[in-house]
Design a protein around this ligand. Sequence first.
Ligand code: CA2
Length: 145
Amino acid sequence: MRILVVNGPNLNLLGKREPDLYGTATLEDLQFGLVSSFEDVTFTFYQSNHEGELIDALQKASADGIVLNGAGFTHTSVALRDAIASIDTPVVEVHISNIAAREEFRHRSITAAVCVGSIAGLGVKGYHLAVEYFLSRANRSDSSE
Ligand code: CA2
């Protein structure tokens, strides 16, 4: 199974600022944790602070599933939503913090409706749960999930 993990703007600062909100694990820690936990998964990691580059990464993806933390673009980007909707690869949206419990402008995700599902508020564990979802989806023998 091939999984692309895409992280949006400012997530390169993970673990270096605002630990109360986003924890102490760096982006490299997060990536290492995934690789160590899922030996049968081939991961590709991508982070960008630029909307168009994130869209390019989604369009070029060669993966069975995409885990996407669009960060601030989650709440603003029609273009990112259109990109998710236009690709065949299923996307699970992940947020480290509980966006429903934060400022009003974070309550709405423009992108969530075109993803297969979303996970928020569970820290970096959310990325692991998204990968587990893709693994269970690949192994399921019926279409009841
Ligand atoms: O909770 C999440 O994962 C967010 O996607 C993070 C975004 C925020 O705009 C979303 O509303 C929720 C912000 C990412 C900024 O990441 C930083 C990490 C460490 C230090 C500073 C920023």
